[in-house]
Design a protein around this ligand. Sequence first.
Ligand SMILES: Nc1ncnc2c1ncn2[C@@H]1O[C@H](COP(=O)(O)OP(=O)(O)O)[C@@H](O)[C@H]1O
Ligand SMILES: [Mg+2]
Length: 376
Amino acid sequence: MADHRTRVAVVFGGTSGEHGVSCLTAAGVLGALDPARYEVLGIGITRSGRWVLVDNATLAGLQVVDGRLPELSEDAADAVLLRDGAGTELATRPAAGTGRAALSALGRIDVALALLHGPFGEDGTIQGLFEMMGTRYVGAGVLASAVGMDKHVMKLVLSASGLPVGPFVPIPAAAWARDPDACLEAVAALGLPVFVKPARGGSSLGITKVDRAEDLPAAVAEAHRFDPKVIVEQGFVGARELECGVLADLEGGPPAASQVAEIRVHSASGFYDFEAKYLPEEQVDLDVPADISAELAARVQDLAVRTFEAIGCEGLARVDVFATADGHVVVNEINTMPGFTTMSMFPRMWAASGIGYPELVDRLIQLALQRPLGLR
Ligand SMILES: Nc1ncnc2c1ncn2[C@@H]1O[C@H](COP(=O)(O)OP(=O)(O)O)[C@@H](O)[C@H]1O
Ligand SMILES: [Mg+2]
């Protein structure tokens, strides 16, 4: 009998620092997809950037062992996408050193789900590949992904849309090389403290909170290690850090906002840095839902949905905001592929809002399937 299941290509791993986390996410998603309705085709991107085929048993086995995150093997068989008139096909070729045979066809892909974070995953690049290959895919398109990834362009788009963001100064590598004093002068207008960030970073990597002007050059150099483009932002002192999930509607209605959550950080750095995110030994409390007034929650939810719409986002996003001591709510960032392990904030906020992890994954795939190919 013909197999009528939807064929989902789950793309995960990647060359970024979030390789292991992405592998965990993929294993979680595999476990959440109803095997009677979905066939999962695992496509791993190794640390060196190779695309490899990962069978379901191997995928399910990508778990933390002895406190170590999983990593994809470099010597698995190649995974190859082929474009035909109607869409995308998956094929494979044996690994190097095994007397490489011809490609073997593995059939049509109905939808792709890229569980990659950061540059070359969440920034429009893989979305562009899917567009070229005629593949339907989960989540934001090329432009919204790229805008969401770049903290400078994101803030330009949001402020032009009338949405509140904090003051910021971009420092492209060329400007810094040409005239660092002019850059520092522009930054001085922000006051102190400031946050110095790689413009297209994630997981807080390369971010420094700067309290003294003399520490700025080192912080800019540190951020430039991660990205030629750096952004310096005015620090919000004493603000509460809140997050809200946004999900597109299956019937074409307005996007929905989840319950709001709060991040309360007690780490030495005083902000939600890499250690607080991934080594949470009492450095951080995650309140889902946040202990805030209904009025503040409603304002955060409204801002989250408007942020989602301002960048033309699709599918899902997590919007992170600061609620300042004097009662303002400003957008810190939008993440178009938020952390998505079963333990991550996005699924937890939706669980608190009545949508469990399997239902969430199912809804994202259904949203992607109903989207037309081409310009939308
Ligand atoms: N302007 C700011 N004021 C106060 N805290 C900030 C500011 N920008 C960032 N932070 C802190 O740094 C963390 C990481 O910054 P963020 O811009 O979210 O980077 P990433 O994309 O790596 O998550 C935030 O979660 C927050 O704790
Ligand atoms: Mg963040």
